[in-house]
Design a protein around this ligand. Structure first.
Ligand SMILES: [Zn+2]
Length: 429
């Protein structure tokens, strides 16, 4: 048994501040949490170690609801996946997992990797062979033939094929199901604003997954794909960007209100690159602030691994969420207890509460007053095991020339639209 004390802790699902706090860890569980002054004498006597962190904050281990362990976060992750064999991919996935844990992420949901390599990686970490966060994996994202991320090997083209694929995934041991409701930005020839599946096909995925006790995450950029996935009753909308061909004009307030009123969570993949996108694409709509204001339930997620978005950039994604005027406490909730609820891990992880998994981190200072405190990790404990974080580089702003072609085209379209708006304004003046 071990005791950790710090000047403050964010306790329970609501992250209530407890000053001069102590957390007692027994094996892989939190045994007690509260004011150090209230710590029972028998717990102190039974403790093997007592760590005193001083000016630091204890909080639940962080959660990333959307990562790709098998994408390397460099400029061309898809090309690498397509070129690599399985053993190289597994090595990369274990590196990604370690990077996540090195920035305080103790639970990550892998939403799309090749075949069932994610299941093997999850087991390697769970058994202690490798260090990383608790992994939930979807296996290959289910897509249409030639559709977004087809190279993961989850192509289906009918309700029957959808049902069979969900069952096959279940048999192989996945934790959840990922469906590509729309095209995506990374697959050549795939349009993010187009829906890929019929509502009927999505219904089959949800009904079958729920019958098997698994949640469904729907990749959804375009409005029609969001609408169909919501109507089918998916558990989370990934991205939910309301993306159009032009990059703007797609936000639908009524649909956003319908999402807020439903049981469906939004995993907005607000990444280390969001501030770059907002700088480089001033005309493009990023509806995260609107979704929050309308009461949509948010899980923190980054899509880590996709181009120029490395796994160790997680905390920058939280800083970007805060830039959408989401208060720090709600950003932190989205990254801990909220994400745990959305992933079906409520009571398992995501909060400092007796009886939950000992996923505990400590950061220097107080993240509620300055979120960048999350960059200063003082302790990482994953399921009761201490982890010494590997050093990770800082995330540097993107050079527009490094952007993939689709985004460069959007920047150009954005520039043209801006010029036309200026011309129109002058004409009116
Ligand atoms: Zn993704």
């Amino acid at each position: 048994m071990q005791i950790v004390t710090a000047d403050r802790a964010l306790v329970g699902a609501d992250l209530e501040v407890v000053e001069h706090a102590a957390v007692v860890i027994d094996g892989d569980q939190i045994a007690w949490v509260g004011r150090e002054a209230d710590l029972a004498a028998d717990l102190v006597e039974r403790a093997d170690t007592v760590r005193t962190l001083g000016d630091a904050t204890l909080l639940p281990g962080l959660i990333d609801a959307h990562v790709h362990l098998a994408f390397d976060g460099g400029p061309t992750p898809v090309a690498r996946m397509m070129a690599e064999g399985d053993s190289a991919q597994v090595a990369l996935m274990l590196r990604s997992a370690r990077e996540l844990l090195s920035v305080g992420v103790t639970t990550a949901r892998d939403l799309g990797s090749r075949d069932y390599l994610g299941v093997d990686v999850r087991e390697a970490i769970a058994s202690g062979t490798a260090r990383g966060p608790r992994i939930l994996t979807s296996g290959p994202a289910i897509t249409v033939t030639g559709g977004h991320c087809w190279f993961m090997n989850g192509e289906v083209d009918s309700p029957d094929a959808m049902r069979t694929m969900v069952r096959r995934h279940h048999k192989a041991g996945v934790d959840c199901i990922k469906v590509m409701s729309t095209g995506g930005n990374m697959t050549p020839g795939s349009m993010p604003w187009h829906a890929q599946f019929t509502e009927d096909e999505l219904h089959v995925a949800v009904d079958e997954a729920h019958r098997l006790g698994k949640k469904v995450a729907a990749h959804a950029h375009g409005v029609e794909g969001i609408r169909r996935a919501l109507a089918a009753g998916v558990d989370s909308l990934e991205h939910c960007s309301f993306q159009t061909e032009e990059g703007f004009g797609g936000f639908d307030p009524e649909l956003a209100d319908a999402i807020a009123a439903s049981d469906t969570w939004v995993s907005p993949t607000c990444s280390a690159r969001m501030s770059d996108f907002r700088r480089l694409l001033p005309e493009r709509e990023f509806p995260l602030g609107e979704l929050y204001a309308r009461g949509v339930k948010l899980m923190a997620s980054t899509d880590a691994g996709i181009d120029n978005n490395p796994h160790y950039g997680y905390v920058y994604g939280l800083l970007s969420m805060h830039e959408f005027d989401i208060p720090i406490r709600d950003v932190l909730r989205a990254a801990t207890s909220g994400a745990a609820r959305g992933l079906g891990l409520q009571g398992v992880t995501g909060e400092l509460t007796a009886g939950t998994s000992a996923d505990v981190i400590a950061v220097a200072g107080d993240p509620l007053t300055d979120l960048t405190a999350l960059h200063e990790l003082r302790m990482v404990v994953a399921r009761g095991e201490h982890f010494a974080p590997d050093p990770v580089p800082a995330i540097e702003p993107l050079d527009p020339d490094d952007l993939p072609e689709l985004l460069r085209r959007m920047i150009e379209a954005s520039r043209v639209a801006r010029e036309q708006a200026l011309v129109t304004a002058e004409g009116l003046g």
